[in-house]
Design a protein around this ligand. Structure first.
Ligand SMILES: *Cc1c(COP(=O)(O)O)cnc(C)c1O
Length: 426
């Protein structure tokens, strides 16, 4: 072996995987088992006491899932990762390590509609309070900081309009406040943006989207950057205080720069239970092998479609950071020079009715609530993903009544444009 560091495409195919030691299988096998035999009583005791690493029970860890974890940690440049059942499960597990009842976290208002719901309603019943800020106004994050603030949560490329977040500016605010920055990197994928390179402490993903990439398997993942000092200020007792579940060990002291990933596994996943099926881990690993190829094609197609829409007489505006005229183009060139992603919105001169009519006339685009599939997708956020918001909040989050969201697939761009042309013209 040379001492060259492997590049991104090589890591996407190989990181974390070895030929199976027993059978020689080259693809990572699906270890479809709930539990693993201990060598002897001492081995079992040391696994349960966190003195040794190894497999116990698939709710806590599984060898197929471990390959996925190592691969995504390598692609994101983190120290360790934990795979879970969905993107939403990743968010719950992360915040459970950081917040006590009555604590707060700050979140950018431009977010996936499901995250807005989860933060506003579900988390309220845990006593976790979300405080909203505006990612176009960095000072709004600073103003939102209080002594109870435990984290800041943003998306790198934000839903639904594909806007680009100034991760470095917000990480400076987080650092000053002594709280970790969590970045949901779902819409960018590490191929376009690696948030840890820009100051993120924790990265979360819905693997369901571009990483899995084929619209067939749910999954989520948490990546620990290994950058945050959990002992400072006594603000994070799950990491810095003795844990009664594990004979009083302190996770930060014992596990150092991957203590957060361990906390998510042994305190979050073990006790809350949202484990990823090894079958889904296998499907997502297979998807990740082609991530660089797919992501480039997604972006190139998205740019061509956005340019077509921007020149169409029925279209009022296009919100795609890859267009030179877009307000986020400067940030796109800095953070995502290979492409500005494949999820964006546009608005129609005919308003709500024209949006609904367009969605019904499209034939190649599928009308559904997902993004990051090989297939091109369309949705009208105001009547679906963002329907729970009031009218003002819809407009603020980029999902006004006249807005249509596209997730551009990897088909031929000429076919996508022809489908939009017939639906807009007819
Ligand atoms: C889909 C999505 C989620 C939630 O992920 P699930 O896998 O559906 O639970 C979170 N954030 C973003 C940006 C998403 O697109």
């Amino acid at each position: 072996m040379s001492d060259r560091l492997p590049g991104f495409s090589t890591l996407a195919v190989h990181a974390g995987a070895q030929p199976d030691p027993t059978t020689g299988a080259r693809a990572t096998p699906i270890y479809q088992t709930t539990s693993f035999v201990f060598n002897d009583a001492d081995h079992a005791a040391s696994l349960f006491g966190l003195q040794a690493f190894g497999n116990i029970y698939t709710r806590i860890g599984n060898p197929t899932n471990a390959v996925l974890e190592e691969r995504v940690a390598a692609l994101e440049g983190g120290t360790a990762a934990l795979a879970v059942a969905s993107g939403h499960a990743a968010q719950v597990v992360v915040l459970q390590q950081l917040l006590q009842p009555g604590d707060e976290f700050i979140a950018a208002r431009k977010l996936y509609g499901g995250s807005i719901n989860q933060f506003t309603h579900a988390f309220k019943s845990f006593g976790w309070n979300v405080v909203w800020a505006d990612s176009d106004d960095i000072a709004s994050f600073e103003r939102a900081i209080t002594p109870r603030t435990k984290a800041i949560f943003i998306e790198s490329i934000a839903n639904p309009g594909g806007s680009i977040t100034d991760i470095e500016a917000i990480s400076t605010v987080a650092r000053k406040a002594g709280v970790p920055l969590i970045v949901d990197n779902t819409l960018a994928s590490p191929y376009l943006i690696r948030p840890i390179d820009h100051g993120a402490d924790i990265v979360v993903h819905s693997l369901t989207k571009f990483l899995g990439g084929h619209g067939n398997s749910l999954g989520g993942i948490i990546v620990d950057a290994g950058t945050f000092d959990w002992s400072a200020g006594g603000k994070y007792p799950m990491l810095s205080e003795p844990r009664p579940e594990y004979h009083g060990i302190r996770l930060q002291e014992t596990f150092g720069n991957f203590a957060f990933a361990i906390a998510c596994r042994v305190l979050g996943l073990r006790d809350l239970g949202p484990a990823l099926s090894p079958f889904n881990a296998f499907m997502i690993l297979t998807g990740i092998e082609t991530l660089p190829l797919r992501m480039q094609k997604h972006c190139d197609n998205a740019k061509a479609v956005a340019e077509f829409l921007a020149g169409h007489p029925a279209v009022a505006s296009v919100s795609y950071a890859g267009l030179a005229s877009d307000k986020y183009n400067r940030l796109a060139r800095k953070y995502a020079p290979k492409g500005a992603g494949a999820v964006f919105t546009f608005s129609l001169k005919g308003g709500y009715d024209a949006g609904v009519s367009l969605v019904s006339k499209l034939q190649l685009f599928s009308h559904l609530a997902n993004v990051g599939d090989t297939r091109s997708l369309v949705i009208h956020p105001a009547s679906t993903t963002h329907s729970q918001l009031d009218d003002a909040a819809k407009v603020k989050s980029g999902a006004g009544p006249d807005v249509v969201r596209l997730s551009i697939g990897i088909e031929d761009k000429e076919d996508l444009i022809a489908d939009l042309e017939q639906a807009l013209g007819a």
